[in-house]
Design a protein around this ligand. Structure first.
Ligand SMILES: [Zn+2]
Length: 209
């Protein structure tokens, strides 16, 4: 699939929304890509997973691990393409992504982390960490969309079907907040802006006067 074919499919399935959104990273953006609206169609999910698997060169992967909820469907379809198992990490009582439900890795199993949308890479990093803690060897990250424009680094190979630089703003420097546009929070992460440094922006925005 070409990047334009991926964009067209996202638009055709209504996955690209415009307005004022709080992303699961905590950043604000005028654009939100709801991949679930593309992935609700099994034929489309299979098509993008096949294209992503081809781009990866079908490496030897034992397990595809995805963060819940966004990555699950893509991870499952990727696992089908790569003849691997599909598992997912979900938030525990401390709010950290971890492997539950009896999901386990054998020592040095090769793990590919699958994510629908990478923005700051927070949930991807947590899934990498969960897989490593379980004994897996993380060989790469596969994403439907890297909306950081390629600036996010994981220390392992990242392959995205579509790489875009979509503008984001920290809440205290968001021009849409300044214009008092109603804010939508479509992500699945319950707790926002917990401990840790402020998330990076993909495009710096001037602070309001
Ligand atoms: Zn805002």
């Amino acid at each position: 699939m070409t990047p334009q074919e991926v964009r067209d499919l996202l638009e055709a399935t209504g996955a690209v929304r415009r307005g004022h959104f709080q992303l699961s990273s905590g950043l604000h953006s005028p654009t939100y890509v709801q991949c679930a609206l593309l992935l609700q169609h099994p034929a489309h999910a299979a098509r993008v997973a096949e294209a992503l698997a081809r781009r990866l060169g079908e490496p030897a992967v034992d397990v595809v691990a995805a963060p819940a909820l966004g990555g699950i469907v893509l991870g499952y379809e990727l696992a089908r393409q790569l003849d691997a198992r599909a598992i997912f990490a979900e938030r525990n009582s401390e709010g950290r992504l971890s492997l539950r439900r009896g999901f386990a890795l054998r020592p040095d199993e090769r793990v590919l982390v699958a994510e629908d949308v990478v923005t700051t890479g927070g949930s991807t990093r947590e899934t990498i960490e969960a897989a490593r803690q379980a004994g897996g060897q993380v060989v790469g990250v596969a994403a439907l969309i890297d909306r950081s424009g390629g600036s996010v680094q994981f220390g392992v190979r990242l392959e995205a079907l579509l790489t875009e630089n979509i503008e984001t703003y920290p809440p205290d420097a968001c021009p849409l907040c300044r214009d008092r546009l109603p804010l939508e929070k479509p992500g699945s992460r319950p707790a926002l802006s917990t401990a840790g440094p402020a998330p990076p922006t993909t495009k710096p925005a001037p602070r309001s006067a």
